[in-house]
Design a protein around this ligand. Sequence first.
Ligand code: AMP
Length: 178
Amino acid sequence: MTANDDLKALVRTIPDFPKPGIQFRDITTLLLDPRGLSETVGRLAALQRDPIDVVAGIEARGFIFGAAVARELGCGLLLIRKDGKLPGATIAVDYALEYGSDRIVMHEDALVPGQRVLLVDDLIATGGTARAAMRLIRQAGGIVSSATFVIDLPELGGADALRAEGVDVTALMAFDGH
Ligand code: AMP
């Protein structure tokens, strides 16, 4: 039994979603559990050692945990969204997917240059999404000091890639495979 096995047991695995070969780690079951939700947020917040100014949540599941962790830490929340959803002037970063590419955006005036940002998402796999978010925040003048995830898939190397960029990466639990 390791530290967060109680929370890991609340994550449901759906095989072959959204396509064959993917083991989808479904956090909706964790969210439905009152203690699971509360403990997840509390433990994510407790992992944070460095002072931060702003929490950045990545659409969509990163908004859930990002907002709750921001409240725990007494910070505001920055939304990192898919393109076309934010009403104000935005900056964007394009990143490669297995097939094609995607774009994430944030409001160009959301950060004061030099602010320290904690990046939050539900899961890190290849790290493509998180690294794109990191580039976006850096483009806005922010410092991505740390990133935290409920779930890490270490075999896909995303957390290590982010660490290589100087980010302090933490996660509550890991799953084998992808
Ligand atoms: P990546 O950019 O490869 O690190 O993928 C991370 C994003 O894709 C996160 O926002 C996750 O919500 C989602 N994701 C990737 N793989 C999985 C998986 N096996 N189960 C659930 N979500 C996943």
